[in-house]
Design a binder for this molecule. Structure first.
Ligand code: GTP
Ligand code: SPV
Ligand code: MN
Length: 596
């Protein structure tokens, strides 16, 4: 057997046990060195797990394809295994820990025969920061190792930290047979343990990401008094050098990455704003000694949606993914560069699609539907350090202070472009009533509206009623809580076209949000919250009909009253556990909508 480069007995014992279960041929420790990374890449080229891309045009880049039924998170196979079902809540699939371990053990048994087990010590957050949490992932996938090396701080530095403190999340992953019928993503928050088997797709297998940084971390945050959220973090620098930081929660594939690195639109550029990207997916937030909320991004990379990324929508990302990037499920062009629907340049005349089959524009499948070159949830994994707008505070142990929290989702007809909550409690309600149309980021029917409080519905590792209670309690502990807003970039017209241009133009709305935080402008009171006085939104350089602006801020009381029914049904799922403050907010909203 292998030599263990650690004295941590708990770690050694755990790895021994798991090796006994999975029976790998050998065990390899990930040390975080460039040499080891290169060797793994070479091995992947030989095995076919990776395809080398054009070294001149895309230096250090690779392409990976997953199985066609393994292209997005599989929420129906994702479970929270707590002793009491009540603790997982109606928001989670539940299994008892005993049954979870038993079912998964049967699949893990001997699953790594003929393969290597990699041991990845990783830190979510800067190594040694008070914010940070350590995990160790055991995996038989080199693709997982190479992705984790981009997404988290991995290797010997973390191992040294583990000699001082032996709290770590035990993460076990095996591809096994990549069989959807033998796939389970299990979380055991009470044991600080994650077991994932039968998948090779990002959110199911990069266990530092959704599994640890949201499901397990939200549980730890409740226990320890902090928040783990599905939020981007960005800094907006004014010409005088002052930077305000905001955090925003949108459901999967609803614009976090794009907002986090927006380019100020032409008309606002004279004002001299600069954007700093802190994170695009996850935010860990704590109340600091100054009584305000501070946040870090625990990750070191972006695992971003490829389709729609181009020099117009997100030029910053186009630059970011030009090197040292792993592409998953995109189209391969004859010159060994890549393409996806909504990429720059002309549609290629031919290529190899995400399933490895020959492709040309206009190709139809057996049901006469167009075949996509790239999967709708195709992604890239790329280091934050590639990003030209990466914040200089990413490695600071303290994080950044948060002035505003923004919730948002895709709602074609209901929610206005922006509104502000009346206070923290109402803001928690605004987060709790979030809903969004489903996207390709999760397996399910596209476009159906689902309730997704705080964009955390698939990621809250415990009963969401307790989670709402936790949010309410933290608000009371802050001397200066952030203001809470809601945005909707996705309102459409009769033909289903977006009526707000979005992307860089969203800065116009962030500007109003910051003005509200700094008491520079008044809001207009409506039943749902404050909306802007139209003249307070700087539209310089943007041609948008006054009627469209009006539509964007329309609050249709009858539609909202209809919406309340869905909210009520949702709240009822939590029975007596739902904090009464939320029912009170519900009643008050109802009354305001009914009043003249
Ligand atoms: P996850 O990585 O799944 O958590 O997604 P995300 O929230 O980071 O979403 P992302 O920024 O990758 O955007 C997803 C899709 O929404 C892409 O196709 C974008 O082009 C599109 N999108 C992003 N911002 C806007 C916007 O302001 N307006 C419109 N219409 N589309 C947008
Ligand atoms: C999301 O779906 O919210 C993602 C991608 O960020 S995944 O890592 O698959 O969760
Ligand atoms: Mn996400």
């Amino acid at each position: 057997m292998t030599k263990f480069p650690t004295k941590n007995k708990k770690l050694i014992k755990w790895i021994d046990q798991k090796a006994l279960l999975c029976q790998p041929d050998e065990i390899v420790w990930i040390d975080g060195s460039a040499a080891q990374k290169r060797q793994l890449e070479e091995e992947c080229l030989v095995s076919g797990e990776l395809i080398k891309l054009n070294e001149e045009k895309l230096p250090g880049c690779f392409l990976h394809r997953t199985k066609p039924d393994d292209v997005a998170r599989t929420e129906h196979l994702t479970f929270i295994c707590t002793k009491r079902k009540r603790d997982a809540g109606p928001n989670n699939n539940w299994m008892s820990p005993a049954k979870g371990y038993q079912k998964a053990r049967a699949i893990f048994k001997g699953a790594m025969k003929g393969r290597t087990m990699y041991v990845i010590p990783f830190s979510m957050g800067p190594v040694g920061s008070q914010f940070s949490k350590i995990g160790v992932e055991l995996t038989d996938s080199k693709y997982v190792v190479l992705n984790m090396l981009i997404m988290a701080r991995c290797g010997n530095d973390v191992l040294r930290q583990l000699e001082k403190d032996d709290h770590f999340t035990k993460c076990l992953h095996s591809k096994a047979e990549l069989d959807i019928n033998k796939r389970l993503i299990l979380h055991f928050p009470e044991d600080n343990t994650i077991w994932s088997v039968g998948s090779g797709y990002g959110g199911n297998v990069l266990l530092g990401k959704k599994c640890l940084s949201l499901r397990i971390a939200s549980f730890l945050g409740k226990k320890e008094g902090w928040l783990a959220e599905h939020m981007l973090i960005m800094g907006i620098e004014e010409p005088n050098g002052h930077i305000e930081y905001i955090a925003a929660a949108f459901p999967s594939a609803c614009g976090k990455t794009n907002l986090a690195m927006l380019i100020p639109p032409e008309g606002l550029r004279v004002k001299g704003y600069r954007i700093w990207t802190v994170g695009d997916d996850i935010s860990w937030m704590r109340i600091d000694s100054d009584g305000s909320l501070w946040a870090i991004n625990p990750e070191t990379g972006f695992f971003g949606v490829a389709p729609g990324t181009n020099s117009k929508s997100n030029p910053t990302m186009v630059e970011t993914v030009s090197k040292n990037t792993i592409y998953t499920n995109v189209l391969l062009k004859p010159d060994r560069t890549v393409w996806w629907e909504g990429a720059d340049g002309p549609v290629p005349e031919e290529g190899i699609d995400w399933q490895g089959k020959p492709w040309r524009p206009g190709l139809l499948d057996e049901h006469e539907n167009p075949v996509k070159g790239a999967h709708a949830n195709s992604r890239f994994t790329t280091p934050i350090t590639n990003c030209p707008t990466a914040s200089f505070r990413i490695d600071q142990h303290h994080g950044v202070p948060i002035s505003a929290i923004i919730f948002g989702g895709r709602r074609a007809h209901l929610t206005p472009l922006v509104y502000e909550s009346f206070d923290w409690q109402h803001g928690v309600f605004v987060g709790a009533i979030m809903s969004s149309e489903l996207t390709a980021a999760q397996v399910g029917k596209l476009g159906t509206v689902r309730r997704d409080p705080m964009a955390m519905f698939p990621f809250c590792g415990y009963n969401m009623a307790d989670y709402f209670g936790h949010w309410l309690a933290l608000g009371k502990k802050m001397k200066k809580p952030p203001k809470i807003f809601n945005v909707n970039w996705f309102r459409t017209d009769e033909e289903g076209k977006f009526i707000w241009p979005g992307f860089g133009e969203n800065l116009r709305i962030l500007e109003w949000i910051l003005d509200r935080c700094n008491n520079k402008v008044e809001g207009v009171k409506t039943p749902i919250g404050y909306i802007p006085l139209q003249s307070d939104i700087d539209l310089t350089g943007l041609k948008i009909p006054a009627l469209t602006m009006q539509k964007l801020f329309e609050i249709d009381k009858s539609k909202w009253l209809e919406e309340l029914k869905g909210i009520k049904d949702f709240f009822k799922l939590f029975k007596r556990d739902l904090p009464k403050e939320l029912w009170r907010e519900y009643e008050q909203l109802h009354d305001r909508l009914k009043a003249e």
